[in-house]
Design a protein around this ligand. Sequence first.
Ligand SMILES: [Zn+2]
Ligand SMILES: [Zn+2]
Length: 244
Amino acid sequence: MIKLKVIGSSSKGNGYALVAESEILLLECGCPFNDIKKAIDWQILKISGCLLTHGHADHSKNTKDFLKAGIPVYTNEETKQAVREIPGAQFYSVPEFKSVHIGGFKCIPFYVPHNGTSCYAWLIEHPEMGRLLFATDYEYIPYNFQKQKIQHFLIEANYQEQFIDKDIPNYEHKLLGHASLETCIGAIKANQSPNLRSVIMCHLGGGSSSGKYFINEMQKVTGRNVNVACAVPGLVVEVNKDPF
Ligand SMILES: [Zn+2]
Ligand SMILES: [Zn+2]
C-alpha cells in the first residue's frame, strides 16, 4: 500500500510525501522539515530522497534544512544553481527526460512553462503505485502521456478563469505561469486512460472555499470511479496501482 500525504499545498509552502511500505519519497522543500517529520511519523530513515520542481520560495525555501538532514534532493540545473549548495550535500541536477532511480521510485523530469522560471514536472513510477504525474506551477503540460496509462495525477489547479480580474496589479505575478482549473481539466482529458484512479488537485489559490466546485467539475470528466480530491494539509490518499 502506498499513500500520498499532503503537508502543504499553496503559495505559503508546498510539501508532499509518497509513503510506501519500506520507503518514502518527498516532493518539494517548501514546508518546514519538522512538519514533514511529523507527517511521516518520524520515519526519517525511510526517506529515499526528495524531488524539487523549481526555485520559487514556496517550493524551495527549506531546501538547506532537507540537505542538512541528509536527504538527497533532485532538481534541474537552474534550480540547483539558484539554491546555493552546501558543501558535501547530496544535491543533484537531473537532465530533462533522464530517469533517476530513488529507492524503488523511478522518476523522470520534464520542463513545464512557468513564466520564465525553470520548472520541472515529474513522472514517478513505483511497483506499488504505478505511475503518478506530479505537475505544479505550469501554464500547460507540453507533452501527452496517454500511452503511459497514468494511474494518478497530483496536478495544479490554481484558479478559475471566470473569476480573474486581469487588471489587478499583481495579476502577472500571481497567476501567469499557473494552471487554471480549465487548463487542469484539459490536461486530464488529454491524458486520460482506463487506468486512471485518482486526480489530486494542488496549489489551489482561492483556499478551500472553491474546493467543492473544483472537485465537481473534475469529476464530470473523470466519472465517479476516479478518486478526485483537493490537496489540503493533512490529506492522506491511497495511491495504489491496483484497486484492491
Ligand atoms: Zn508555487
Ligand atoms: Zn512557482
